[in-house]
Design a protein around this ligand. Structure first.
Ligand SMILES: NC(=O)c1ccc[n+]([C@@H]2O[C@H](COP(=O)([O-])OP(=O)(O)OC[C@H]3O[C@@H](n4cnc5c(N)ncnc54)[C@H](OP(=O)(O)O)[C@@H]3O)[C@@H](O)[C@H]2O)c1
Ligand SMILES: [Zn+2]
Ligand SMILES: [Zn+2]
Length: 349
């Protein structure tokens, strides 16, 4: 197959910075959409993957799975998009399309799902490369429409931070009657607050950072609980229907389980790995409380979210950066110094 060489930024090893590199993209096939990338959000998963925090990184890695761009070219059988359309790509670029999960619009749980980066491009027999690049070529099914009333830089984080929090809010039936809590005010956390608030729920933020209290209220939180304050944690017990925990690193979740109401569910979306300290089953059994996990969202659900954001005029709070500042952005992300998502203006490439 013919390939094209395009400019990108990526990491060669877990020790290296994210630096300029050239990558190969496949030629446009009949079902493909070629997208010139305009903006790409910076997710904490990009940093985990560059640093091999999860142990399954593939190098070189070109991160980026919050992509907004413009259609440059379409394959002969593409029907939903045309040259010039504003479109988006999230965390998924392929799946088997025939398993039960794929048939149920849950492509993210397909055993063969292909991540936007660090996956395997079956057409090229090469790793997939993400959005810190000039362009991307993606099968039509995995391309999303962007409502035209929204700011393009602010849309990008909806593709991961947004859908990762929307999917559990919807799955656990959050409505105007729900009491929702969000743990951690970063990229995912701030979208969780906005979306739960837009669904009409009462929203509380758990944060280690008292300096973020006013921002949380401006984003739609009704209350803020400082998680390091034992008295405030004690006062929050037995209250929430759904908690979305976005903390990226290992932490004790038992104090949050204590704040669930009977039948409540704590959904882990951040930290990936064994828990330490262990989960105490006593409050779970005595209060019929649940601890669960959730991975991004399917393509139909992501389009549902983009449409919801268009109707409710919701975008992410972004700090737009040049690609050359990506390593500094990662350092700031590690210090929780992001308000509340870095988005790369790809014109800087
Ligand atoms: N499940 C999925 O499908 C999925 C999808 C996307 C991302 N993720 C994962 O979700 C996590 C969050 O991503 P993000 O982009 O939102 O990250 P982020 O912007 O860095 O935000 C994380 C927030 O968690 C809090 N935090 C950070 N370190 C902490 C620690 N050691 N202990 C307690 N709290 C801490 C901070 O909030 P406060 O200052 O308010 O405490 C921080 O702002 C990452 O691990 C990412 O890989 C999962
Ligand atoms: Zn992400
Ligand atoms: Zn499948």
């Amino acid at each position: 197959m013919n390939t094209n060489v395009v400019k990108a930024y990526g990491a060669q090893t877990s020790e290296s910075d994210v630096l300029p590199m050239d990558i190969k993209r496949r030629e446009v096939m009949p079902k493909d959409v070629e997208i010139d990338i305009l903006f790409c959000g910076v997710c904490h998963s990009d940093l985990h993957f560059v640093k091999n925090d999860w142990g399954f990184s593939v190098y070189p890695v070109v991160p980026g799975h919050e992509i907004v761009g413009r259609v440059k070219n379409v394959g002969s059988s593409v029907s939903r998009f045309k040259v010039g359309d504003t479109v988006a790509v999230g965390c998924l670029v392929d799946s088997c399309r025939s398993c039960n999960n794929c048939k149920a619009d849950l492509e993210q749980y397909c055993p063969e799902w292909v991540g936007t980066y660090g996956g395997h491009d079956k057409h090229l027999d090469l790793p997939t490369f993400g959005g810190y690049s000039e362009n991307v070529i993606v099968e039509e099914h995995f391309v999303l429409s962007v409502p035209d009333n929204l700011d393009m830089a602010g849309v990008a984080p909806i593709l991961c931070a947004g859908i990762t929090t929307w999917s559990p809010l919807r799955h656990w039936n959050v409505t105007a009657k729900s009491k929702v809590a969000v743990v951690g005010l970063g990229g995912l956390g701030h979208m969780a607050i906005k979306l739960a608030h837009a669904l009409g729920a009462e929203v509380t933020l758990f944060s280690r950072s008292p300096s973020k209290e006013q921002d949380a209220k401006d984003l739609g939180a009704d209350k803020v609980v400082i998680s390091t304050d034992a008295k405030q944690m004690e006062e929050a017990q037995n209250y929430f229907d759904v908690i979305i925990d976005t903390v990226p690193y290992i932490h004790d979740i038992n104090p949050y389980v204590a704040t669930l109401a009977t039948n409540g569910t704590l959904v882990l979306v951040g930290y990936l790995g064994p828990l330490d300290p262990m989960l105490n089953s006593v409050p779970m059994i005595m209060g019929r409380k649940q601890v669960a996990g959730s991975l991004i969202g399917g393509i139909a659900e992501t389009q549902e979210l983009l449409d919801f954001c268009g109707e409710h005029n919701i975008t992410s709070e972004v700090e737009v950066i040049a690609i050359q500042d990506i390593n500094k952005a990662y350092d700031r992300m590690l210090k929780s110094d992001v308000r509340y998502r870095f988005v790369i203006d790809m014109a800087s490439l």
